[in-house]
Design a protein around this ligand. Structure first.
Ligand code: FES
Length: 105
């Protein structure tokens, strides 16, 4: 069994000029870390439809739009909000401590 643990992912400062960062945990585990209204959210970087990377997708509020076919995902919980995606993607808890962002992975 894989026990989840808090992993340092970024410095808060890294988000001064961007709203996102791709966190590469190796293998097929890439996570998109997003900042919206001062809070951090993390979901899989890969679309559940045809596994396109969503790191360059538009972010509209809490909705991340897959750049390939336009499926939308809620970055707060990974839920699929529109076709062609019918499955959500993994989401990850985040926390900020001492100017650093941690992911529970
Ligand atoms: S790969 Fe994302 S909507 Fe098709």
């Amino acid at each position: 069994m894989h026990l989840k643990k808090w992993t340092e992912a970024a410095a808060v400062d890294e988000f001064e000029e961007t709203d996102r960062k791709m966190i590469d945990l190796g293998g097929s585990r890439q996570i998109g870390l997003f900042k919206v209204d001062g809070a951090f959210y993390a979901i899989s970087a890969w679309c559940s439809h045809q596994r396109a990377t969503m790191m360059h997708g538009d972010l509209e509020g809490f909705e991340l739009v897959c750049p390939l076919h336009g499926a939308r995902f809620d970055i707060r919980n990974g839920a699929a909000l529109s076709l062609p995606a019918v499955r959500g993607v993994a989401s990850f808890k985040t926390k900020v401590e001492d100017g650093k962002v941690f992911l529970k992975v």
